[in-house]
Design a protein around this ligand. Sequence first.
Ligand code: 13P
Length: 255
Amino acid sequence: MTAQRRPLIAGNWKMNGLRATAMPLAGELATKMNNADDAFFDMLVCPPATLLEAVNDLALETNLAVGGQDCHMNTSGAHTGDISAEMLKDMGCAYVIVGHSERRADHAESDEVVKSKAEAALAAGLIAIVCVGETEAERDKGITIDVVAAQILGSLPEGATAANTVAAYEPVWAIGTGRTPTSDEVQEVHAMMRKTLAEKIGADEADKMRLLYGGSVKPSNAVELMGLADVDGALVGGASLSHTDFWAIAESCPK
Ligand code: 13P
């Protein structure tokens, strides 16, 4: 983290949340963000599509940002069940996650598809959170750096800048497992990501771009992870469903 990068704490609710519990969760976070006049981080929640409208309405005129968990690469058309980036923007969203490993695995999304989705997000005026990360087998083979570098190069949208794109490193084997890489391993991947980005979009934009870590982030490991030089925030799954845990993670960012 450096002074030129404001931390982003993003909650990916995945396929969780009904109105009865999700609305109080969003409400607590919006209130906390508004009361924290010195908030030194940006906070984002990405609810399931069914809650986007309600959470966006609640977050209106608060400092809590709302995003989608995925978008289609096209703006409209015959794609039953899909949502376009333009629709997310129309609803009030500021961000969208693209290329989450669960989408890559469950929906066979390639880097090429993820790139197209990220480009659709930028075209709609959304900030794209582009996810990358190795599987356990890839880490065991010692090819993490190569895999993540290839994903970054293949998934980054044309026209990516620090203002319109965030990159998130989420090792697949760390998601929902309670296991995390060591701090040195996280920093090694993030430093490589920034170097790869510098070659692609220039050192200035790469230095300003926020790189999130995701995968079993919780209050007990957040201080260490958020304190790493090239980690600029977190993409949180399970712990984002508790407003106290999520807020504690946000407050773990160095000021
Ligand atoms: P967990 O925090 O539950 O490990 O999930 C991480 C994640 O996939 C966020 O996108």
